[in-house]
Ligand binder design. Structure first.
Ligand SMILES: Cc1cc2nc3c(=O)[nH]c(=O)nc-3n(C[C@H](O)[C@H](O)[C@H](O)COP(=O)(O)O)c2cc1C
Length: 315
């Protein structure tokens, strides 16, 4: 998620769940080719499994960018054709590419051709006011034909004219049944569902119908929701019953070392702590936590402000 799932946020999430796959922000292929690669792609080893998400519509550029990402050690590469923002639209990528399934297939094919890690696709159930399930099925079939097996489906349309990106995450109705039907019609594919999912119970219900669940906003606003995900969703899969659920305070403490390391690299502390505001979501002293992590830390940029806060926080 742009501006949210940067390396600091992901490192923080890894203190909460070790098994859940994490995703980078969308990175435009051109930026990887011509920009500051280290700044865009560097991460901590502990963030894995970690997928990098690319934006673009030029097969050759995407193929080169994919190879660079594979060399960086990412676990998977995801192509974003679900983003409705104007900036993305004017670059002819993101959700508008759903109108061009052949081009998407060319992109995925070129990306798959240059790497051996999985190349996956994130998309919407439709564009604008298209409401036919068959159009979605055809779109996915045309990409699956070239060997793509992993699809993450945001279960609402993208409306390219008249709605902001934020509205595009709220206004078009969620149609989970379209995603369930995809899995029924194409059972050989891994279908992951996304959009409006907020609770363990909802995740468990979706997992009766599809192969995986992606959480966006709730993972940011309420990260502690993930605290028992290793045990809940991965112990059987990995035949490992030793996953531990940390308390909020243990998680907060486990960030001290990282904050110290980043301070030595002159990274302002609030660049990291701003992603941790949600840890005490719904708790008694959430306000104190939020205030210290934003206001006080910005003022002091001193790790002591954070360490002193530990004494005042509940478990
Ligand atoms: C701040 C923000 C940035 C986002 N950036 C991206 C992005 O870079 N790539 C992407 O595929 N989706 C992005 N999204 C969309 C989410 O991944 C997700 O598809 C959407 O929010 C619906 O899921 P949710 O209801 O669980 O949040 C972003 C969402 C938010 C709130």
């Amino acid at each position: 998620m742009l501006d949210w799932s940067d390396r600091h946020y992901r490192y923080f999430m890894r203190q909460i769940t070790t098994q859940t796959e994490l995703y980078s922000e969308m990175i435009v292929a051109d930026a990887i080719l011509h920009g500051n690669r280290e700044k865009l792609l560097a991460y901590s080893e502990s963030e894995k499994p970690l997928a990098v998400q690319l934006g673009g519509s030029d097969p050759q550029k995407l193929s080169i960018a994919s190879k660079i990402c594979e060399d960086y050690g990412y676990s998977a590469i995801n192509l974003n054709v679900g983003c409705p923002s104007d900036r993305v639209k004017s670059g002819n990528f993101g959700a508008c590419l759903m109108r061009e399934p052949n081009l998407v297939a060319d992109c995925i094919q070129a990306m798959r051709g240059s790497v051996s890690i999985p190349v996956t696709l994130k998309h919407r159930i439709g564009l604008d006011y298209e409401d036919s399930y068959n159009a979605l099925l055809k779109f996915v079939e045309s990409i699956a034909k070239i060997g793509c097996v992993d699809f993450i489906v945001h279960a609402r349309n993208a409306i390219l004219k008249g709605l902001s990106p934020k509205q595009n995450r709220e206004v078009p109705p969620l149609k989970y049944n379209f995603v369930y039907q995809l899995k029924k019609d194409l059972p050989q594919l891994n279908i992951m569902i996304n959009g409006g999912i907020k609770t363990v119970e909802e995740i468990q219900e979706h997992l009766h119908h599809v192969d995986g669940v992606m959480l966006g906003r709730e993972a940011y606003y309420n990260p502690y929701l993930f605290s028992n995900f290793d045990e809940l969703f991965f112990s059987e899969l990995n035949n490992d019953s030793n996953y531990v659920t940390k308390t909020r305070k243990q998680i907060a403490k486990s960030m001290i070392n990282y904050l110290e390391i980043m301070a030595l690299k002159d990274i302002p502390l609030h660049h990291i702590t701003r992603h941790m505001i949600g840890l005490y979501h719904g708790c008694a002293n959430a306000k104190l936590w939020r205030h210290t992590l934003t206001q006080d830390i910005i003022k002091s940029n001193n790790i002591k402000t954070y360490i002193d806060l530990m004494d005042k926080m509940e478990n």
